[in-house]
Design a protein around this ligand. Structure first.
Ligand SMILES: [Zn+2]
Length: 102
């Protein structure tokens, strides 16, 4: 799917003194309050309206979850233990290589 880029004028207009923005997903003109904020963008709003954005992020979340394990947030001690385990594993592998080279 090719991505279509809109010019600023194409997605921004003022109707009856109220600023409107066009959702690039449902192609509808909506008031700016219907859009979520996105500080990364010039006008500070997301390109999708709230409704579309919700559906989109839900879909994205489902897609990301598929096949991938949900991220586990470990406590500090557990994280430390895991890191030690990983390090000692690497160390034993390194020792093995040294043994082979001898
Ligand atoms: Zn929309």
């Amino acid at each position: 799917m090719t991505k279509r880029y809109y010019k600023y004028e194409e997605t921004h207009q003022t109707f009856n003194g109220v600023k409107h923005k066009r959702c690039t997903k449902c192609k509808r003109w909506k008031e700016e309050s219907e859009f979520c904020k996105n500080r990364a963008r010039k006008e500070g709003l997301k390109i999708y309206c709230k409704g579309c954005n919700n559906a989109y992020s839900l879909k994205l979340r489902r897609k990301n979850r598929k096949g991938k394990k949900a991220r586990v947030y470990l406590r500090f001690e557990d994280r430390l233990r895991r890191e030690v385990e990983q390090l000692s594993k690497k160390l034993s592998q390194a020792e093995l290589i040294i043994d082979i080279q001898k």
